[in-house]
Design a protein around this ligand. Sequence first.
Ligand SMILES: [Zn+2]
Length: 183
Amino acid sequence: MAVGQQQFLAGRSARTAAQRAADLLAVLRVDQPDPESVSEVLRAHGERESLRLSADEVAELRQAADALYGVFAAADVQEAALRLNELLAAAHPPRLTTHGGNFDWHLHIDGDDDAPMGEWFLTASCLALAVLLAERQQLPGRICAAPGCGTAFVDLGGGSERRYCSSRCATRQRVAAHRRSRQ
Ligand SMILES: [Zn+2]
């Protein structure tokens, strides 16, 4: 992996990394993921402006996204933990890195600083989601309950569980329920 891509390999808080995972799922889990849309999400999460992903890298990221979707789609904490454990079993032992002094020390569970992009995305996201699950004893994310939506979102609010990815989906559901009740 090119040195310039190290910026987004750097450690982020678990929250930021979980949000990045959800944002990437939205652009990767489509029929034909657009390399530019995926690059744009990575740039929005701190990657260098000149990032351009290859088709192979997008394919790797897509595969990782499909695996991560299973964690977001878990019915409860138990199931999410089991799915995370399955994915973490393929990770490497935790190691500390600064990417050659370019960043603060932070944890990685990919093979090395030049690991393929898909491996990096999967392991960094699993680490973040596992940390959040353990910290909060709740699902770190979910899939939107609005029919036909399917968007993965991070749920780090307190109190009641969020069911929809956005206020737009929540409103759409409220209106639909209201219509049904008047029929
Ligand atoms: Zn939605």
